[in-house]
Design a protein around this ligand. Structure first.
Ligand SMILES: [Zn+2]
Length: 249
């Protein structure tokens, strides 16, 4: 056997190995695709990246992917809210200028279980809010306070303004200018209690534990979360913002 033919044989066997591997991957990939796409797939919807988000389904590693798809598509977003029982009545987009306006606008008045002070906001902001309510706020209320939240109190989502900082006005536009944020000042509980961030954040007892737990949990569903510990401008509310660089303080 010459050196050249030996090399050719190695190349040929490498090529056939690669071909075999690609065939195997294609068959496996096709099999996985078929398994996920089949109408009677045994894969539960909340584990299936091809299925749409169900707000009240258990959270899995697939949930963020399903959520991102719904956040980017108003029809999917509204369908997810309707299925969850949220009250979000669609309105025409608010078009103001390049800095201000509300895409995917609606009038929000109810989440999955709690009501909320009625407000005009984006479907995407609402979807993050219901995920937070269902997967963080209500479980924490049951666990730490032995009751449920009947009403979230908010003080605004859309506001065509620039950012405010503790030093004064910043040059950038606020996420409120596009209703990509909502400010929460407190909540009413089903047992009659009422919580205020300003009064209860630094109090002793389960109410403060509850507020801190839902503040931290908001970071799972919003990309920017600012609370009373951030600065004096946020002493009385949580600023919950959809888009952002991942900041939780
Ligand atoms: Zn805010």
């Amino acid at each position: 056997m010459t050196k050249a033919s030996g090399r050719r044989r190695i190349l040929l066997s490498a090529a056939s190995f690669l071909f075999g591997l690609l065939t195997l991957l294609t068959v496996l990939g096709g099999g996985v695709w078929w398994l996920l796409a089949h109408p009677n797939t045994p894969v539960p919807p909340h584990w299936n990246p091809l299925r749409d988000l169900t707000v009240t389904a258990p959270v899995t590693p697939v949930t963020p992917y399903q959520l991102n798809r719904a956040l980017a598509d108003d029809a999917l977003c509204r369908a997810a809210l309707a299925e969850a029982g949220a009250r979000f009545d669609p309105l025409d987009d608010l078009v103001v200028d390049q800095n201000c306006g509300i895409e995917g606008r609606g009038r929000l008045s109810g989440l999955v279980n709690a009501r909320v002070t009625a407000v005009e906001t984006r479907c995407a902001t609402t979807l993050r809010l219901v995920m937070w309510e269902h997967h963080v706020v209500q479980p924490a209320a049951q666990q730490l306070l032995g009751t449920s939240v009947s009403r979230l109190r908010q003080i605004g989502s859309y506001n065509c303004r620039r950012m405010r900082t503790a030093q004064g006005q910043d040059n950038g536009w606020s996420s409120h200018a596009t209703a990509d944020a909502i400010d929460i000042v407190g909540m009413d509980l089903s047992d009659g209690r009422s919580l205020n961030l300003l009064a209860d954040w630094d109090a002793d007892g389960p109410e403060a534990d509850f507020l801190r737990q839902i503040w931290r949990g908001a970071c799972d569903w919003f990309r920017v979360v600012l609370g009373p510990d951030y600065n004096r401008l946020h002493a009385d509310h949580f600023h919950l913002q959809g888009p952002g660089w991942g900041y939780c303080r």
